[in-house]
Design a protein around this ligand. Structure first.
Ligand SMILES: [Zn+2]
Length: 144
């Protein structure tokens, strides 16, 4: 489950199952999942993949910035994007009704990712380039 880009209007999701890219309007997303009378406001359900219909969830991390073991790694950047997207949606009121009440009570409202952190890790926009493929030596190439 991964998103690769977040803009003011959209998030770009790459389906973990079939690999297709889905552009999701932020207007179509809502934070929060209600189940068994309990609401989890850290979860952001994504709409079904347009190709294979599989559904994915993004989960906001509660960990503090700076705690990541591999700064700059895909996992780190992805966590920043997810937290940013989650906070952005909350800010816009894109929350299912139950957690919004809870959030307004002051307990689950997440803090947005600081602008400086985003600027530092995403100097060219909130986008993760496709993971670099490890360069393996070409067995056919002449060695020096
Ligand atoms: Zn798919």
């Amino acid at each position: 489950m991964a998103i690769h880009e977040v803009t003011q209007e959209e998030a770009l999701q790459r389906c973990a199952r079939c690999g297709s890219d889905n552009r999701l309007s932020l207007k179509s997303l809502e934070v929060g999942v209600a189940r068994d009378g309990h609401v989890d406001a850290d979860i952001l359900p994504l709409p079904p993949c347009t190709q294979c219909r599989s559904t994915e969830f993004l989960i906001r991390s509660g960990e503090e910035e700076g705690a990541h073991l591999a700064p700059g790694s895909f996992g780190h950047l992805h966590r920043l994007l997810v937290n940013h997207l989650h906070a952005e949606l909350v800010q816009r009121g894109r929350v299912i009704p139950a957690p919004r009440a809870k959030a307004l009570a002051g307990t689950v409202l997440p803090r947005p990712v600081p602008r400086g952190v985003l600027a530092r890790w995403f100097p060219k926009g909130l986008r993760i380039e496709a993971p670099h493929v490890e360069k393996t030596p070409n067995p056919g190439a002449p060695s020096e």
